[in-house]
Design a protein around this ligand. Structure first.
Ligand code: GDP
Length: 454
């Protein structure tokens, strides 16, 4: 869609050949050029595609086309008649353009209208390339370009009608677009992480170790509370943000033995993140507060992992025990991964960010209906649903109602007859078939009489 791409706007007085140029640039004939004077045409949008280079949008603002004869008849006074139309073009250019292709007519030469328009364009803070059209051969180019130098814009000679120099033009226009705009569409947004856990588990140490030297501490917006301080950093070309780090960095006077951190504000931070890291101290294990938080993260279907920190301080046998104990706490959310790390020695840290990325990707998964129903068949055939109160529930249809987290809805004859254990078996089956290992997932059952679930 042109609206998502940086746009080049074609600007120029009538009859310089903007439409023909537009068609050349998008290599089709979607725009219609009118021969009749006074004909309005619609605004035209297209995409310039170049192999191996970023695309950009092109907009021809159109407007009223008057033929040469009419313009000449009106003479220099006619300029005033164009003013409104020209200003409208400039306004459009200002609001939508990453850059401007200012089209002039090399055969007519430089007209007062061109100068008038150039004055307006110069005042915009947008790059401009002056495209001198109707220059049909390279041999005429220098001579034809000469008088346009006074406008002060870089120049290129082209012939829209004969296709002369169009490849060069698309490149020069592409180079005109500010780099950050070209990249804007291709760059995925930063992965947002929330780091939770009681004081002194090593959250600050983890942020420092993961973000390294290049981090940027950003206060969200002027006027917001100090609690929403984000830490941004880039690693291996990927962007990350630790959200709400103010509470982490502000050291409380609470002694280490008082295990007190707010579950509510933790959940709030988790809500701002794509993936949450719940940090646990290997020397202490899972606290009661951690358990409460864990339950809430699970019921709210928040994507999270558990990071057991300070593993350098305990023997490996104790570590095994802690991981086993934590696993036991996760019986109803077996998908939650547990990492064992040391912010001090760096052990295991390299796994955290790739795992977070994977969880985020799994959350966003969309499964086509055909695959869903094949999966349903496979799962049902491997283990058929058990009888409940003398009847076996019939499964009609499966759809994915949402992503983030992926939510699957089964339409069945009688939802009450689907046992919890069978529901868990189904979830495990879907996870395996669709490779959703660590993201949260919802599986729902709806009673329905008809096959289509209506
Ligand atoms: P926060 O309150 O969760 O941000 O915890 P800090 O990052 O301030 O860490 C608390 C204390 O634990 C500090 O003295 C850290 O140096 C120490 N610490 C953090 N991570 C580790 C680790 O992996 N191993 C060891 N031995 N000490 C750590």
């Amino acid at each position: 869609m042109p609206s998502l791409l940086p746009n080049i706007v074609l600007v120029g007085r009538p009859n310089v050949g903007k439409s023909t140029l537009f068609n050349r640039l998008i290599r089709s004939n979607r725009a219609i050029t009118h021969d009749r004077p006074g004909v309005t045409r619609d605004r035209m949008e297209g995409v310039v595609r170049r192999p191996g280079k970023p695309e950009y949008g092109i907009i021809d603002t159109g407007g009223i086309t008057l033929d040469d004869r009419l313009a000449v008849q009106e003479g220099p006074d006619g300029i005033r008649g164009f003013e409104e139309e020209i200003l409208r073009q400039v306004e459009t250019a200002m609001s939508e353009a990453a850059a401007i292709a200012f089209v002039v007519d090399g055969q007519d030469g430089l007209l007062p209208t061109d100068k008038f328009l150039a004055n307006h364009l110069r005042r915009l803070d947008i790059p401009v390339l002056c495209v001198v059209n109707k220059v049909d051969g390279a041999e005429q180019a220098d001579q034809r370009l000469a008088e346009f130098h006074v406008l002060g814009f870089p120049l290129i000679a082209v012939s829209a009608e004969h296709g002369h120099n169009i490849g060069e033009l698309t490149d020069r226009l592409g180079k005109l677009i500010p780099k950050e705009m070209l990249g804007a569409k291709l760059e995925p947004p930063a992965l947002r992480l929330a780091l939770l856990g009681k004081p002194n588990v090593g959250k600050s140490s983890l942020i420092n170790a993961l973000s390294g030297q290049d981090r940027m501490i950003v206060s969200d917006v002027a006027g917001t509370t100090r609690d929403s301080v984000d830490v941004r950093f880039t690693l291996d070309g990927e962007d990350y943000v630790f959200v709400d780090t103010a509470g982490i960095r502000r050291k409380t006077k609470i002694s280490d033995t008082v295990e007190k951190y707010s579950v509510n504000s933790s959940i709030k931070s988790a809500g701002k993140a794509d993936v949450t890291l719940l940090t646990i101290d290997a020397t202490e294990g899972v606290s009661a507060q951690d358990k409460r938080l864990l339950d809430m993260l699970d019921t709210r279907k928040i994507p999270f992992m558990i990071v057991v920190n300070k593993v350098d301080l305990i023997p490996s046998a104790s570590l095994k025990q802690i991981v086993a104990d934590t696993r036991d706490l996760l019986v109803f959310c077996r998908h939650v991964p547990i990492l064992t790390v040391s912010a001090a020695t760096g052990r295991g840290l390299d796994k955290i960010l790739p795992l977070a990325r994977r969880i985020k990707e799994e959350c966003a998964v969309r499964i086509p209906t055909s695959q869903l129903n094949r999966a349903m068949k496979t799962v049902l055939e491997t283990h058929q649903p058990p009888m409940v109160k003398g009847a076996r529930p019939k499964f009609f249809y499966l759809t994915q109602a949402e992503s983030e987290p992926p939510t699957f809805v089964f339409f069945v004859s009688d939802a009450d007859r689907v046992m919890a254990t069978y529901a868990r078996y189904i979830e495990a089956g879907l996870r395996k078939l669709f490779r959703i290992a660590h993201a949260p997932m919802r599986v729902k059952f709806r009673s329905s009489h008809k096959k289509d679930g209506k």
